[in-house]
Write a protein of this length. Structure first.
Length: 125
């Protein structure tokens, strides 16, 4: 279970709908237009501690990233509850079933690079 791989406490959050999507968190995590192009920005979530999460849904797998501006990733548990997870775990979860989408060789390479970057950041923390 993804929520079992948390790195912090559970936080409550409220959905909000700003006028303009913010793609920076997704771009920083994935680092590739080949991968970012498969996502839709859905909304933001403001956590009880003031952290703003940007929600991005993969257009094929329908799985979400909930990403903070500072690079943290969160897993949506239920209703208004979020758990922080390591970004590499979030990447694995969102792309777990993407083989049905028939990713291109370039997309596969980009995903491997994103996983390496996330693992490197994790090791340096």
């Amino acid at each position: 279970m993804l929520w079992a791989m948390t790195t912090g406490p559970s936080l409550r959050g409220s959905m909000c709908h700003p006028d303009t999507p913010d793609w920076r968190s997704l771009e920083a995590l994935l680092g590739s237009d080949e991968l970012c192009a498969h996502f839709m920005w859905m909304h933001d979530v403001v956590l009880d501690d003031g952290t703003v999460l940007h929600a991005y849904k993969h257009r094929w797998t329908r799985c979400y990233f909930h990403l903070a501006d500072d690079g943290r990733a969160f897993y949506y548990v239920t209703r208004d509850l979020y758990h922080e997870v390591v970004p590499r775990t979030a990447i694995k979860a969102v792309f777990a079933d993407w083989e049905c989408c028939k990713p291109t060789p370039e997309e596969r390479t980009a995903l491997r690079a994103a996983m390496r970057r996330a693992a490197k950041r994790e090791a340096s923390e």
